[in-house]
Design a protein around this ligand. Structure first.
Ligand SMILES: Cc1ncc(COP(=O)(O)O)c(C=O)c1O
Ligand SMILES: [Zn+2]
Length: 374
């Protein structure tokens, strides 16, 4: 049994409590699980000398400190771009993306449980989460089978293999990759990052860091790229914890940014029909969830947080990627989507040039083979 003291893991639909850290969905109704904290955020509990997500260990109560599997993730730089715009450089995490925040909590929580049963874990990913889970599994000396789409980017594929983990390429859609990873096998524990609540929960720390690095005065607007929704949901959950604890006044305006090809959330928010393309060909190769399993939860949370959504075209992504690189910020095209959306909202006068804005740069440019336009 879990120690039901400072937290509870519960079903977002039928509210049944989960009794195992290995559960990736509700054992009764199959809907997503979520972590509910039963303790307030208190700045004096932050471990100021720890320059990683583990400075917030007090607020990750389901992990004993001796079980933490870390590569030094988090506490990434927050850099001023212009007088009112700053970037959060999540691309500088140990495996080159924000996913490390989720892998460190998930792998820390489960590695001993899986090893005790002589098991291995299975994860499905477009590339970055797979690389991250592979790295943290390697650190924990845990075997991980990583399922990826057939057309995974070369650098991401090589990165996963380099950590020494088997990579299975699956033909078909992103959903078919997940189905393959979910197929039961002896010793296999499916802990896919999209479903598992403890991956999403680690991303909460990104909201804490943004607030702390800005002296507990978060910006008015935050732009982030959205595909499966773990980043969006994690960030909202962190800001909600800070508001409920009375540390900040309100959740910043969160803008969920998507490509035109893969924009189920945008279309639902704007009450428009969405027809996914037969094949996703966007340069934003990390944003491929045309039918994300957490979509209902994303809509609910984004609307409750009074957030917004935006979409961008391929030429806008390419332009944003080049513009960022020409200013010294080398990120993968999927990350440039958030900057492209910000530029679009400026151009259409939806926002003003003086709004205090933060853009999350989610993944490193070395993960792409895309060439800049001159
Ligand atoms: C670089 C990058 N940015 C953004 C995202 C979107 O995150 P999520 O799938 O949690 O919405 C991903 C997901 O793979 C990613 O790799
Ligand atoms: Zn349920």
């Amino acid at each position: 049994m879990l120690k039901l003291m400072n937290y509870e893991i519960y079903c977002t639909s039928c509210h049944k409590a989960s009794t195992s850290l290995l559960d990736f969905k509700c054992s009764s109704c199959g809907k997503p699980l979520d972590v509910r904290l039963k303790l307030n955020f208190e700045p004096r509990q932050v471990q100021l000398k720890n320059h990683s997500v583990w400075r917030y260990a007090r607020f990750v109560p389901y992990i004993e400190s001796r079980d933490a599997v870390t590569l030094g993730e988090g506490w990434t730089p927050l850099v001023k771009f212009t007088s009112n715009v700053c970037f959060k450089l999540e691309s500088l995490n140990p495996t080159g993306s924000f996913k490390d925040r989720g892998s460190t909590t998930l792998i820390s929580a489960i590695h001993k449980l899986v090893k005790k049963q002589n098991g291995y874990i299975a994860e499905d990913s477009s590339g970055n989460a797979g690389a991250s889970m592979a790295a943290y599994s390697a650190r924990a000396q845990l075997k991980a089978n990583i399922y990826v789409p057939q057309n995974v980017s070369g650098p991401k594929f090589n990165q996963i293999k380099s950590y020494g983990m088997p990579v299975v390429k699956v033909a078909g859609s992103r959903s078919q990759v997940a189905e393959k990873a979910l197929e039961p096998a002896k010793g296999k524990f499916y802990v896919g990052h999209i479903y598992h609540p403890l991956f999403r929960d680690g991303i909460r720390t990104l909201a804490y860091e943004i607030a702390e690095q800005l002296n507990w005065k978060p910006p008015e607007r935050i732009y982030l790229p959205v595909s499966a929704g773990t980043l969006l949901l994690g960030v909202i959950s962190g800001f909600r914890h800070l508001t409920n604890s009375g540390i900040i006044n309100a959740i910043p305006m969160i803008v969920a940014c998507q490509t035109r090809q893969v924009s189920p959330l945008y279309h639902r928010v704007k009450h428009l029909d969405y027809k996914p393309p037969k094949k996703v060909t966007s340069v934003a190769d990390a944003l491929v969830s045309t039918n994300p399993p957490l979509l209902d939860l994303m809509i609910e949370e984004l609307q409750e947080a009074k957030g917004d959504a935006e979409i961008v075209d391929e030429n806008e992504i390419q332009k944003a990627f080049t513009e960022l690189a020409h200013k010294g910020f080398f990120v993968e095209p999927s990350s440039a989507v958030a900057y492209a959306a910000y530029q679009k909202q400026l151009k259409t006068k939806k926002i003003s040039k003086t709004d205090e804005t933060l853009i999350v740069l989610t993944g490193h440019g070395l993960k792409t083979t895309m060439q800049p336009t001159s």
